[in-house]
Ligand binder design. Structure first.
Ligand SMILES: Cc1cc2nc3c(=O)[nH]c(=O)nc-3n(C[C@H](O)[C@H](O)[C@H](O)COP(=O)(O)OP(=O)(O)OC[C@H]3O[C@@H](n4cnc5c(N)ncnc54)[C@H](O)[C@@H]3O)c2cc1C
Ligand SMILES: *[C@@H]1O[C@H](CO)[C@@H](O)[C@H](O)[C@H]1NC(C)=O
Length: 431
């Protein structure tokens, strides 16, 4: 059989993982062409100390002092442990180093086209004796503006989805007199010292950044509609329901009618999906801010089972997740996994959406896997005939969730160690 050619869009963790597994099967796949629009690998983990570079937005939303919210024991790619000397919760620079080492170990870098942005990806159907075969045209552009078209049997879409800020509309926002920014542009707390800041959204970034700001004596109000977050009282962070409008005098009004003034309004409201290089109508995809459909197993459009979207789900162990999705996709490509028919796949997707909506899940949360991720990996692994992640990961993930909810300021001081496929332990000396 002819070896299949594959384009990978993006050299973040997902793209590197795709490249690593493609390269491990040289009899079946050509070495990939990895397109990376920036001059470096790592994506989100490549820290840039400002949010714009000239007129260009910076891809990464990483902030200076971020430490991971998952311990390295469950963050790692299953076949590539972190340095044993390192603590469980790492500064972002250690993750960048880890990805560089991953790339070096599996000899990925020389397959990356840096400073090359994918501008267009389109399916081209060619008539063959057995029917229509789809190949993919990838149009890319280098720094000198030189356009190039290359054709592949398959495309892995690994462009990340923490770059394009989601800004919910707040009526009257034009009246706000202070500074408005999104967590995408947040880098460090010092500029906010002694200021009054209203933070919108209490997911991972909202909670972490409110703690950072409180520590430089900012007066923080964390505004959200979730159950109250347990925060150390000495930080003085107040919590409020969501901001519904900005009044004419520039003050903010909350849902309960109360009003406050603030120097800064910081949106920690997440990110939009963005695939500027795809014509979603051609692929039959409906791309919304927080949802994409139909994608079989959250990976492939049933009508075009040779383009794979890696890592669009949220509330997951990202690297573990990418690893499973990539192995599944390669099993589809090499023919060892026979997919159901297009209409069966469409029905499967519809059933899954229905199941979640019956449980009351909102559309914008349909891709939040969280507790569902473990069965999802088992499903992908049994279909793709590879080993599913060990149960110890789920167990430690749940432990970390508990600790994070209990002590969002301190849980990162704890160190863990994996013992075997089902057990972990908390190391001595951990608080
Ligand atoms: C602030 C923050 C904190 C996080 N903390 C954690 C954590 O503690 N633990 C954890 O596991 N995960 C965390 N994550 C999630 C993190 O995003 C994932 O771990 C992972 O880095 C995602 O990898 P990715 O490859 O999907 O996307 P990215 O890392 O975003 O990489 C995408 C790459 O594609 C490139 N690209 C995009 N468009 C094009 C194009 N058209 N042409 C060519 N190249 C293109 C980009 O330049 C980039 O290099 C965090 C994310 C953020 C934003
Ligand atoms: C913040 O307030 C403290 C105490 O009043 C003061 O010492 C410090 O200089 C202030 N910082 C800034 C950046 O204004």
């Amino acid at each position: 059989m002819k070896r299949r050619s594959i384009a990978v869009i993006g050299a973040g963790a997902a793209g590197l993982c795709a490249a690593r597994h493609i390269l491990s099967r040289p009899d079946t796949f050509d070495p990939p062409v990895v397109y990376e629009m920036t001059g470096h690998l790592g994506g989100t983990w490549f820290y840039v100390d400002r949010a714009t570079r000239g007129d260009n937005p910076v891809h990464s939303s990483m902030y200076r002092d971020l430490r991971t919210n998952l311990p390295k024991e469950i963050m790692m790619f299953p076949d590539f442990p972190f340095d044993e000397q390192l603590p469980s919760f790492l500064h972002h620079s250690s993750i960048q180093q880890y990805l560089e080492k991953y790339s070096e170990t599996f000899d990925i870098s020389r397959h990356i086209k840096f400073n090359t942005m994918v501008e267009k990806v389109k399916p081209v159907t060619m008539e063959t004796e057995t029917g229509g075969a789809v190949t993919w045209e990838v149009i890319s552009c280098g720094t000198c503006g030189d356009q190039k078209t290359q054709t592949f049997d398959s495309v892995f879409v690994c462009n990340g989805h923490y770059s394009d800020p989601h800004l919910p509309h707040i009526p009257g926002i034009e009246n706000f007199k202070g500074k408005v920014l999104h967590s995408h542009s947040y880098r460090c707390p010092e500029p906010f010292a002694n200021k009054s800041v209203v933070i919108l959204g209490a997911k991972a970034s909202g909670v972490d950044i409110s703690i950072e700001l409180a520590q430089v004596n900012a007066q923080v109000i964390l505004s959200h509609n979730n159950p109250s977050v347990s925060l150390p009282p000495h930080l003085g962070i107040r919590q409020a329901c969501s901001v519904v409008k900005v009044l004419e005098d520039g003050s903010l009004q909350f849902q309960d009618g109360s009003v406050t003034r603030a120097d800064v309004l910081l949106f920690c409201t997440g990110y939009n999906f963005n695939f500027p290089f795809l014509s979603s109508s051609v692929l039959g995809l409906d791309v919304q801010e927080h949802f994409i459909t139909p994608l079989y197993k959250h990976i492939l459009p049933p009508g075009f089972p040779s383009i794979f979207f890696i890592g669009i789900c949220k509330i997951i162990c990202p690297f573990v997740h990418f690893d499973c999705q990539v192995k599944f996709s390669l099993a589809v490509l090499d023919g060892s996994l026979k997919l159901p028919s297009q209409s069966e796949m469409e029905m499967d997707i519809e059933r899954e959406v229905q199941r979640k909506q019956n449980m009351g899940v909102q559309v914008k949360h349909l891709l939040n896997l969280d507790k569902d991720q473990w069965n999802y990996y088992i499903d992908l692994a049994s279909m793709g005939q590879f080993t599913a992640p060990q149960p110890v990961l789920e167990s430690l993930y749940e432990e970390v969730r508990k600790q994070r909810q209990k002590e969002p300021q301190k849980y990162r001081q704890i160190n863990y160690r994996l013992i075997d496929a089902t057990q972990w332990k908390r190391l001595e000396g951990s608080p």
